[in-house]
Design a protein around this ligand. Structure first.
Ligand SMILES: *Cc1c(COP(=O)(O)O)cnc(C)c1O
Length: 363
């Protein structure tokens, strides 16, 4: 069932048991599904995201992760509000693209793709523009694998009393954080990243008191986060429209496996070991990482091309035939490729990977 490992940032390699969980059919309207599975998932997600679950609520939304980012921006930020978007990669920029589609009153604060956003600049901006109501930021920029300083940024945003929206798509369940301790108001992730489910829906953990005020804000019917939330609350797990039942069932299994592994901290440790094994092996072959170790996440790692005439496509196909699928780079400043450390993969897989890369270069 595994022709190759996906060393990619989602969809990623899932366990056999997560795949098997999709082998039965579920009815969207039935209690077994809604009360038994969806409500259970919402409870578990809230408990994973915050130490004060009673102050937060979980909403599941059909589609890929971007649909949920759009759902939050379009259902939370009103026309009279002002949004500051902090961007140091493609996903930060995408929040700008969404805001532009919706005609939101927003400003982009851009940083280099290989540097962390500077909390002092955000602090200065918020002092100069106190009319700002919301700030949004990406936690792990999957574009490069950089881990942004969420604690410092959140501290700054909270000092100014603004609503904080975090795209933690590729970090939630892989990097520990507490929404309550940091003061995060809305957090977005998806089924196919560090929880290790299959693709099909996004998830939003929202501060209940703010979610309650979002009625009628959305300019999209299918992405109306308030309406989706209200239906799930009142209907005890009911989705407004056809839900991705098999994906949801697989996600429930993935959450059980996260618990079995020992929770988010244990998963973070495994991802770090994956990353460390990968980087050590690659450096021994002469490869260099794009980012400094101090700002690198354990989620995905960018490597510079080893030579100007490096043929990525050829390298990619040779690696694939040896059982590993990797990712092209996504930045303009340097020629890179990326290798994901997340999913149902272990340090020994990365030892085998670097062995395969050694063979390719010495063939
Ligand atoms: C994966 C990801 C997304 C969502 O991408 P989709 O292709 O829509 O699933 C958004 N932000 C970040 C940081 C991501 O890693």
């Amino acid at each position: 069932m595994r022709p190759y490992l996906l060393l990619t940032p989602g969809p990623l390699t899932t366990s056999e048991t997560v795949k098997q969980a999709m082998m039965s059919d579920w009815c969207t309207w039935d209690d077994d599904y809604n009360k038994g599975i969806v409500e259970e998932i919402r409870k578990k997600l809230t408990a994973l995201a915050t130490s004060r679950p009673e102050e937060y609520t979980a909403i599941l939304m059909q589609g890929s992760g971007t649909f949920s980012v759009e759902s939050v921006l379009g259902s939370v930020v009103r026309p009279e509000d002002r949004l500051l978007i902090i961007a140091n990669g493609a996903y930060g920029k995408r929040m700008g693209a969404i805001s532009s589609y919706y005609g939101l009153n927003y400003e982009m604060m851009e940083f280099s793709e290989t540097a962390q956003p500077e909390p002092e600049k955000i602090d200065k901006y918020l002092s100069s523009y106190p009319e700002t109501t919301h700030v949004s930021v990406v936690h792990c920029e999957t574009t490069t694998g950089i881990l942004n300083p969420l604690e410092e940024i959140a501290g700054t945003v909270k000092k100014h009393g603004k609503t904080l929206i975090v795209d933690a798509m590729s970090s939630f369940a892989g990097v520990p954080f507490d929404m309550h301790a940091l003061g995060i108001d809305f957090m977005i992730s998806s089924s196919n990243k560090c929880v290790q489910g299959v693709p099909g829906f996004g998830l939003v953990i929202a501060r209940r008191s703010l979610m309650e005020k979002c009625k009628g804000v959305s300019r999209s019917l299918s992405l109306d986060l308030f309406d989706q939330w209200e239906t799930m609350e009142k209907g005890h797990g009911k989705w407004r429209f056809t839900s991705p039942t098999h994906v949801v069932r697989a996600f429930m299994q993935a959450l059980a496996e996260l618990e079995e592994e020992g929770g988010i901290q244990a998963r973070n440790t495994r991802y770090r070991e994956n990353h460390d094994t990968l980087v050590k092996g690659m450096r021994s072959l002469g490869f260099e990482t794009l980012l400094d170790d101090s700002i690198q996440s354990p989620i995905i790692t960018s490597f510079l091309y080893p030579a100007k005439d490096f043929d990525f496509k050829d390298f990619y196909l040779k690696l694939k035939s040896k059982g590993f699928v990797i990712y092209p780079g996504k930045i303009s400043q340097a020629d890179t490729f990326r290798i994901g450390n997340i999913g149902d993969v272990r340090p020994e897989d990365f030892t085998r990977l670097t062995e395969a890369i050694r063979e390719i270069f010495h063939a």
